[in-house]
Design a protein around this ligand. Sequence first.
Ligand code: SF4
Length: 481
Amino acid sequence: MPHPTIPLEGAQFLKAETVGLAEPRGFKALGESAERSAKHTAEIAATIPHWQEWREAANQIKSYAIANLDKLLVEFERNVTARGATVLWAADAHEANQYILDLVKEHNVKTIVKSKSMVSEEMELNHALEAVGARPVETDLGEYLVQLARQRPTHIVTPALHLSAADVGRLFQDKLKEPFSAEHQHLTNVARRHLREDFIIADMGISGCNFAMADTGTICVVENEGNAGLSTSAPPIHVVLMGVEKVIPGIQYLPVFLNLLGRSGTGQKLTTYTHLFHGPPPGRKMVVILLDNGRTNVLKDPAARMALFCIRCGACLNACPVYRRTGGWAYGWVYPGPIGAVLTPHLIGLDKAGKLPFASSLCGACGEACPVRIDIPHQLVHMRHRAVNEPSPMNSPMERLTWAVWAWWFSGPKRYRLAMAMVKLGIRMAKILPWHPGKLGAWTRGRELPRVPGGPAFRDWWRRNGAQMKPTSQTEPITHP
Ligand code: SF4
């Protein structure tokens, strides 16, 4: 299948990281909030027995589902169609957008209420709708805020994590002409009042899909605000946007995922609302769009298939020390954090996002946090291997030349010593020359030059003193009889 045709923001981590650094206050709050969420998730996970067994069960169910994706999708299509829904298969974002634009035209749709859907972010659906004069309204509170602010989500579960209550108060003052307040209840009421009007007049509702059951044709959507319930029941047309990896074999497996998703995503035993759609209600229309958009690229790589197990809980983002410091925009595309660093190169191509797998310290916290036991650290290493061997920014002629020179300098003791002396000299000179932060690019904008240690290098010290040193009792050489 082809890569998405929607113009992307060039998901190149090192270029985009300056976005995060430019907003130190917002991103400090984001980091603290993500850390709190990770702690909360760990605490609530510890309260249920057999947490590890639940994770293993989820891993095995997903493993079966992804191995049998072709059959399960056809089974799901047959069953959901029998319940009165229409199924459309979209190879890429462009095709999926076109299906929706056709519906908008056919039914003269003016206002569309949307519940949270990362797939619609992938499709840049709001831009496509606005381009034909339709009015999409995000109804998840976090999505509503980032839509008003004309920003992108910074987190897949909590999209406005970077905004404080005062930021939201100013946003409502500016965009909705409401009196300023930073009081949470007041702000929630303002959003509720404005959104109610849109639910009433909307001609179409769009939702995502958390799980699709092949055996019954059931679609499950979980949420906390009631907005998905209203988006899908108030308007006469309900469009479901579903990545093809969301199908699971049977409804009996759903509790395993519900048990894990609420706890890992928001530290809840269950999300406040769990909707199960069994086709459209009488007199209504339901259209299910099954989107590939690069997912079959993941299937082609057996070592990477596990990345399709993701249930988008966001736990790996909260656990990641890199995400906590940079925020979601730094990853340059829809999916941030460790799973974004793995998935994005598959979905949009290594040539555009080959740097992302390197946006990790490989500390392993993401793999520990993942409720479906995706081995994210190994997935990252696998994608690094591919990035340096396939066309990508990490395999450019300049990159290869740089590492070849580095290898040559560091493969001989004399050259190594000379290189170290030159580095020390370079740092000393940079310190006495007029120094402007950021002069050497993004790397130096948030970092200080290292201090050159005084005294001789260990190598020189050892040459002078090592021979005279006596082994201590612990290092006494073992003498064989
Ligand atoms: S990779 Fe795992 S932890 Fe990260 S969002 Fe997906 S399911 Fe959650």
